[in-house]
Design a protein around this ligand. Structure first.
Ligand code: 5GP
Length: 194
């Protein structure tokens, strides 16, 4: 997605050879017109899959996931990272090791919002080692729902997550794939167009 690549080139900050900061348009301040384009792109790629619900993890996946849900006219559910007083026992949970925080958290989704009849599209802002995705996949498995695929805004292709998910036969659609963050520079993987 060219507009997203441009935005990353202009505004992205390479914090290290592993971490890209995009807090001016995705992770803190958000650019609504870019989020809208992102939602349209995911909706286009997964149209025809009869998606019934979008799932993501709070908080940085919510922007792109909500715009996708709006475009596909289905609800969005975001997994919560903390146990809230209103989220009691009837929840599916999974443990997730956070790449950016370097700590384990538990994510949960209320059982009333996903069922075996659902066809779920998972959306997230970044794909690094795939921990967040694997946690959500575990929750989808517990609910006996069907995972249609995973939509990622920025895949860091030099980390293991993408390959791990694709090897399991999961359809992963990334809007941009970063090949390297070496020497303070963002290099994208060339897209192969069919
Ligand atoms: P994973 O679970 O795939 O290891 O990591 C994905 C999660 O970690 C994303 O939801 C995102 O919030 C965070 N993350 C991973 N890598 C980066 C990065 O380079 N920059 C930012 N801003 N977040 C990242």
């Amino acid at each position: 997605m060219e507009s997203l690549k441009k935005k990353i080139q202009v505004e992205g900050i390479v914090l290290s050879s592993e971490v890209l900061k995009v807090d001016s348009f995705l992770n803190h301040q958000m650019d609504p017109s870019l989020m809208k384009q992102i939602g349209e792109e995911f909706a286009k790629r997964f149209r025809g899959e009869n998606v019934t619900k979008i799932v993501t993890v709070e908080s940085s996946g919510i922007g792109p996931a909500l715009m996708t849900a709006y475009e596909m006219n289905v609800p969005l559910i975001f997994a919560r990272k903390r146990k809230s007083l209103t989220l009691k026992n009837d929840v599916y949970t999974a443990k997730v090791f956070s790449f950016t925080k370097q700590e384990e958290t538990e994510i949960s989704i209320s059982q009333k919002f996903i069922s075996e009849h659902d066809r779920i599209l998972m959306i997230d802002d970044f794909l690094a080692n795939g921990q967040a995705a694997l946690g959500l996949i575990e929750i989808i498995r517990q609910a006996r729902a069907h995972l249609v695929g995973v939509g990622i805004v920025i895949e860091k292709a030099f980390q293991a997550g993408g390959e791990q998910l694709r090897r399991r036969g999961i359809r992963v659609e990334s809007l941009v794939r970063v090949q390297s963050l070496k020497d303070g520079k963002v290099t994208f993987l060339e897209e192969v167009t069919a």
